[in-house]
Every structure is written in C-alpha cells, then in structure tokens.
Design a protein around this ligand. Sequence first.
Ligand code: UGA
Length: 431
Amino acid sequence: MNISIIGTGYVGLVSGVGLAEKGHQVICVDTDPEKVRSINEGVPPIFEKGLAPLLEDLVEDGRLVATTDTVSAVKDTDVTFICVGTPSKPDGSIDTSFLKGASNDVADGLDAKGRYHMVVVKSTVVPGTTEDITRSALERKGFRAGEDFGLGMNPEFLREGVALNDFRYPDRIVIGGLDDKSKKILSTLYENFDVPLVVTDIKTAEMIKYASNALLATKISFANEVSRMCEKIGIDVYDVMDGVGSDHRVKRDFLNAGVGFGGSCFPKDLKALIYFSRAQGIEPRILDSVVRVNEQQPIHTVNVLEDMMGRLTGKKVAILGLAFKADTDDVRESRAIPMVKELRRRGARVVGYDPQAADNFAEVVDNFEPVESVEEALTGADGCILQTDWDEFKGLVEDDFMVMADPVVLDGRRVLNPDDLPRIKYRAIGR
Ligand code: UGA
C-alpha cells in the first residue's frame, strides 16, 4: 500500500520504517525541515537501535521519503497514519492540539472528487478522541465517514530502545475500526505480520492502549512496594518475583523493582487515564497509588544511599545512567531527575554519566554538567547510584570503583553481582 505517516517521532519513524521494510511505500511527514532533511539523507533524527542502517537502505531504494507537505503526502497515498505527540497538560489531560492540526491538514489532502482514503490515529489518545477530533475535522470539510474516508485507531506498543524489534515481532496488533471496510483495510495492511490481530471498535482500541500501559506500570509499582518490605526483612524481591512470576497468570515481566518507572509513556498515560477516570465520575484509587509509589521510589533510593553513606552534606555522589532506561537517549521523566533534586536538597554534590543521554539530561536539569566517562564520575566520589542498566555498566569490575573516595554502591537496576565486589559496600534496591 501507499502510506503516509504524519509525525516522525519514535512512533512515526519506527512505524514508517517498519511498514516500508514490510514492502509498503511510505512517505513520512514532519513540520520540522531539519528532521525531514535528515530522514531523506537516511539518518534517523533519534537514537534507536538498528534504525540507522535500515533507514539508509530504505531511502536508497526509494521505499521511504520524507516531506514537510502533509497535503501532497495524503494526496499521493491511500492510507494515512497520524503519529503526532499528545503531551500532558498541567492538569494531566492530553493536549490534542497537534492531533487537531494534523487532522485538519489530512482533511486538506483528501480528494474532493471522492477517492476513498483511510485515516488511522496511532497517537495515544483517550477513548472518544479519534472520533471527536479526527472524524470531526474531516467531516467539517464535507467528507463523509465510511463513504469518503475510513477511520481507524491502531495503538502502538513499542518500547524505546527495542522499538524496531517490537514493531517486527509484536505480541498482537490492535485494530479499532469505524466500520467493516476500515477494519478490513487495516487487517490487510498488517496481513504479512505473523501475529494475532485484535479487531475491535475505535474506543476499545483507544482504551486497550491505556489499560495496557497502566497495568504494566501497576506491576512495577507493586514490585517496588513489595521490595521495600523485602529490604526490611532481609530477603530479595527478585527471588520473590521469580516465584510470583512463574505463575503463567502473572508472568515475570515488569516485576523488576528498582528506582521506579520513567519515560515518555507510563507517567503521562497514567495521568491522562486518571484525569479521564475522574471525568467519568470514577475515583481511580489504584492508578493514584501506582503514581504515588513511583514518585516515592527515587526518594526511597536516596534514603537507602544515605543509610549507607551517612549524612550527604558535602559528599560527592555519582549517578551512572541518566536516561529513563538503558539503550535510549531519552531523559523524559527519568528517575535521575528527582534523584538529583533530592540529593542536592540534602547537600550532596552530584555528577552524572550516561553513554547517550548526557546532553539531553543537561538540558532539563539546571546547572548539571555531565562528565565524559564512568571513571570521571567515580573518581573521588563518596557514593554511587546505578540508575540504568546500560551494557557498559554491566561490564564494570571492582577495580573500576576503587577510584572512589569511598566505594559505596547502590544498585538501582541489578546491574552488578555483589559476589564479585568483596571490597565494595554494595546494596541493591529490594535486597
Ligand atoms: C512503554 C511500554 O512498555 C510500551 O509497550 C509502550 O508502547 C510505550 O510505553 C508507549 O506507550 O509508547 P517505554 O516507555 O519505551 O515503553 O519503556 P519500558 O521498557 O516499558 O520501560 C518503562 C519504564 O519502566 C522504564 O523507566 C523502565 O526502567 C521501568 N521498568 C520496566 C521497571 O522499573 N521495571 C520493570 O520491570 C520494567
């Protein structure tokens, strides 16, 4: 199929590349001419494992092009995916202004002579939004839903860092369609993916996305709450969750206790679902607690470190890993942000290192100068927190920590094996 993709963030670009790889012809659209130029040169504007060589090949073969012109991209294609951001507003609800803008632009590209076009929202939106905003925008321009255009909602479940792999091998593909024809077109588009299709209506598809992320975040906060009990009684939450997770009804995934969850999705989507729930008159007790536990977890981490080091005033603390998780340069809602704040509030001097995310981190945290290497971060430090499990950190050995003034290491992500660190004062969250 000929497909246009509006928005070239993580979701848009990975989906565009993934669909082009599966044999579709793709036009990526972005309002930022720099991103468009970069994509047309075969260089992804974001860091995502495996994306660069694939994009280069697809651009070279002419299977993927980028443009700033939405109208012509829509005119030249049969299906349009809207993949624009839906950031949080201060009250937690989603800001749909990019979706509105994109939907209006798509409407301008629809053929007034009646050539049918399939419009699909991939952005994460609360139930009702696809119809309230995108359908309305198209109908306001005189196009008829089901006649002139089809409408779908196709949420994504990509994890940053392994997004391309998640796109190629998803657990399921959720297709919400306005009518049978819309569902059929989307099912055909995904027919050469060897996975179950969950075909449903639009609102259900919208809710599946939120409920999935909310449940995964709930598993993490649950593990973190149990981990605090484990710390008190001298057992290891990882052993507990191995036991819990071997029940097939539960599964072990996303039960890793640590410094809490961050990223562009879980925190934002939880807030949006909480707002949505209240708007329906339903008090979201579980979701509220999930957020609260998560907000406490970086503070709890600092408490544990202080317990190991004594008063933090005047001490140098090194944070290894500034991204919200390994294998990404994304620092949105990284747990390192509240951690730095709390460490500084208690009088510590904080340095940080990350293999990819250092510059992004310096942009969001005032007066933070990331250092260039693990060694530079650790030299003379009185304590260290492992905040992400980058491979580079997994390779650290005891000698690497001996440059510290006092080798006190708090492992927030189970990166190291304490048996290999006899000379180090080591603790892990949840153990
Ligand atoms: C998440 C979901 O996993 C994707 O399915 C979804 O598509 C995406 O949000 C989205 O809505 O766009 P992502 O935010 O990229 O993906 O990252 P995850 O790998 O899910 O990790 C989220 C956070 O949870 C990270 O801070 C991670 O370190 C933390 N985490 C994860 C834990 O603390 N413990 C775990 O056991 C698992």
